[in-house]
Design a protein around this ligand. Structure first.
Ligand SMILES: NC(=O)c1ccc[n+]([C@@H]2O[C@H](COP(=O)([O-])OP(=O)(O)OC[C@H]3O[C@@H](n4cnc5c(N)ncnc54)[C@H](O)[C@@H]3O)[C@@H](O)[C@H]2O)c1
Length: 263
């Protein structure tokens, strides 16, 4: 019996990377998964309990229709995974207002819309687990991407507040806070394979575990938060970052490789 047997899960941002890895873990654990993303999935998944639809998670109408459609089919949503996000690796002084508005409209608005669409149903059923992907930049300062980090801090604030407001109604809200994870997002911020190699070296130097993570390592934590094994865990941040957010490394470790402007 899977750890998510009989659970219905809705995923925003499930086409690739951490989202796709989580979709696969959810299915392995017995959940029925309704995935969505602005793009088609990067991999074909042939599973009777899986479907994927193209939804722009920043579009109120599309999000509400998607959630209404799931409820019409199943009558229940037990798990919501808000995973949509984009990165912006720019110093604050160089960030345009359009870039600022765009990243908040994506990273924060998507989680707001997804949660708002599902919450009344969870309140009615008095059960539900909401997991949102923040970042280690959601709990610590980083020099290279301050506005991205502001959106990820916002998600932590929203999540903790949801937990406090709705715990008595059987609803849990937690975040996963990945460090550097080898996905298209990480690679997409870089212009070439050589740059990826160079940056990976720097990411490794600033991570106590001395490596980047894999998408499935985040997905395993999402499964735990989605499952009843974590039923008294509410309003927390779960770093999956090889201890990066736990504290500073000795200066000589940074001085070898760390440059302002990288994560
Ligand atoms: N990879 C990392 O190092 C890292 C670190 C910390 C946090 N994160 C966070 O993890 C989450 C997943 O990132 P990832 O690394 O798997 O990157 P990714 O780019 O592979 O995944 C992001 C997903 O969001 C989808 N998306 C973007 N805009 C959308 C929209 N308007 N509507 C619906 N879907 C949309 C993308 O198509 C993509 O599938 C993001 O929230 C990201 O900020 C990633």
């Amino acid at each position: 019996m899977g750890r998510l047997a009989d659970k219905v899960a809705v995923v925003f941002g499930g086409a690739r990377g951490i989202g796709l890895a989580t979709v696969k873990e959810f299915l392995d654990e017995g959940a029925t998964v309704f995935a969505s993303d602005i793009r088609e999935p990067a991999e074909e998944i042939d599973h009777e309990s899986y479907s994927h639809v193209v939804v722009d998670a920043t579009d109120e109408t599309q999000v509400d229709e998607f959630v209404r459609g799931v409820l019409a089919k199943t009558g229940r949503i037990d798990v919501l995974f808000n995973n949509v996000g984009i990165h912006l690796g720019k110093p604050l002084a160089d960030t345009t207002l359009a870039e600022f508005d765009n990243i908040f409209a994506l990273n924060v608005r998507a989680a707001f819309l997804g949660t708002r669409a599902v919450l009344p149903h969870m309140i009615e059923r008095k059960t539900g687990s909401i997991i949102t992907t923040s970042s280690n930049g959601g709990v610590m300062g980083r020099p290279g991407d301050p506005v991205y980090n502001a959106t990820k801090h916002a998600l932590v604030g929203m999540t903790k507040s949801l937990a406090v407001a709705h715990a008595h109604q059987g609803i849990r809200a937690n975040t996963v806070n990945p460090g550097a994870i080898d996905t298209d997002m990480l690679r997409g911020t870089l212009s070439s394979p050589e740059e990826f190699e160079a940056k990976q070296h720097q990411l490794v130097a600033s991570t106590p575990a001395a490596r980047v993570g894999e998408a499935w390592e985040v997905a395993k934590a999402v499964v735990f938060l989605a499952s009843d094994e974590s039923r008294f865990i509410n309003g927390i941040v779960v770093p999956i970052d090889g201890a990066k957010a736990a504290g500073a490394l000795p200066g000589n470790r940074y001085s070898l490789d760390f440059e302002l402007g990288v994560q």
